[in-house]
Design a protein around this ligand. Structure first.
Ligand code: NAD
Ligand code: UDP
Length: 359
């Protein structure tokens, strides 16, 4: 197990509340995970992030060190939790490649990250009596023939297609947590997350918002797959994290998974046009083949989240895109520098000699 050494940083960014909870976040170095760690630290909690940097990066977390309540552990979630970590009140399970390009790179491994990751989180939560949060996905609905998708819809998934490794892995993980937490008497909160975007997405992870924005900023061709009529519903990351926190804090049992996403539906050709307009780019929009099994439509029914949590997204797509463009704009302007590959960052890490909570 490696604990990450950190350089000295400026004064703490968030106030310290000594009574905070002890919380583990798997996949905390990724896009959503890093925003989640930030929000939990801002609430005064102690956060241990476990990540193997497959698609995330310690760079996403560097600023949190100054709180003295943050620890980064290099760890593969398929392995048992390290035994020298403190007892946890909550475990949030986000570790999993999320972009189709990433999860299709090694499909069998993706299935086992979902399966063994769920098993390891469940084992540790059972030991600690921790509340569990699982990051599930709208992909459990597959290419839906019910629209919009409520939590009661059981889905339309091809079990042998190129997306099956993710879709079926996530469905299996939902089953593991549902049965396992019930038998162990643990509180379980599962969010079915619909396409979420914002700062700290990996610029090369192949998802549509980061692809279009980076392509537009670089003046490259914008790659529209298929005829662009397929839809997604895009949620800005701050809205999603607010939904995460509300769901985890809910006292009553939510009775299964809860959809979290923005119900405003957008066609991919409209998204491409909007990104071109907002960036003022001269990029051309070019057609590429539609990937196999690409869902035609996707929109969350968020009635359950509204009723249980009083939650709904507040950030319109245009505003969220402007913030995302500003974020990527700074990085692209930095002389088109390639982003440090996660493997190189991981190799640069060296273990700390001391105790677990050194941060
Ligand atoms: P991401 O790729 O940025 O983050 C995933 C994180 O998990 C990365 O830090 C990665 O290094 C880590 N990870 C991957 N495999 C691991 C392993 N074996 N052991 C330890 N760490 C590992 O993706 P994201 O968008 O932040 O997604 C986070 C979670 O939310 C995922 O579980 C994903 O399935 C789910 N989700 C995200 C979205 C979305 O729109 N962003 C939608 C639905 C579901
Ligand atoms: N897409 C696209 N161009 C890209 C990347 C994606 O047109 O460069 C399309 C993709 O075919 C899908 C939609 O955008 O219809 C969302 O793709 P993404 O990979 O972001 O998420 P997912 O398909 O998992 O919802």
């Amino acid at each position: 197990m490696k604990h990450h050494p950190w350089p000295a940083l400026p004064a703490p960014l968030v106030p310290k509340i000594p009574s905070g909870k002890s919380i583990a976040v798997t996949g905390g170095a990724g896009f959503l995970g890093s925003h989640l760690c930030q929000a939990l630290l801002a609430q005064g909690h102690h956060v241990v992030c476990l990540d193997n940097f497959a698609t995330g990066s310690p760079d996403n977390l560097r600023r949190f060190v100054a709180t003295n309540r943050f620890t980064l552990v290099e760890q593969d979630v398929v392995l048992p939790f390290p035994c020298d970590l403190p007892r946890f009140d909550e475990i949030w399970n986000l570790a999993c490649p999320a972009s189709p390009a990433h999860y299709q790179r090694d499909p069998v491994r993706t299935l086992f990250i979902c399966a063994d990751g769920a098993r390891r989180v469940l084992e540790r939560a059972t030991e600690d009596g921790a509340r569990v949060f699982h990051a599930s996905t709208s992909e459990v609905y597959g290419d839906p023939d019910v629209h919009p998708q409520p939590e009661t819809y059981v889905g339309h998934v091809n079990p042998v297609g190129p997306r099956a490794c993710y879709d079926e892995g996530k469905r299996f993980a939902e089953a593991v947590f549902t049965e396992g937490c019930a038998r162990a008497g643990l509180d379980l909160r599962m969010a079915r997350i619909f396409n979420t975007y914002g700062p700290r997405m990996h610029p090369d992870d192949g998802r549509v918002v980061s692809n279009f924005v980076v392509q537009a900023l670089r003046g490259d061709d914008i790659t529209l797959y298929g005829d662009g009529s397929q839809t997604r519903s895009f949620c800005y990351v701050d809205d999603l994290i607010a939904g995460f926190l509300a769901l985890m804090a809910l006292d009553e049992d939510p009775g299964g998974p809860v959809n979290l996403g923005n119900p405003v539906e957008t066609r991919m050709d409209e998204l491409a046009d909007l990104v071109v307009a907002l960036t003022g780019s001269r990029s051309r929009i070019v057609r590429r083949p539609l990937p196999v099994d690409d869902p035609r439509r996707r929109r969350p029914d968020i009635a359950k989240a509204r009723a249980l949590l009083g939650w709904q997204p507040a950030v319109p797509l245009r505003t969220g895109l402007e913030r995302t463009i500003a974020h990527f704009g700074e990085r692209v302007a930095a002389a088109f520098e390639p982003f440090a590959p996660p493997a190189a960052l991981a190799a640069a890490a060296r273990p700390l000699a001391g105790g677990v909570m050194a941060s």
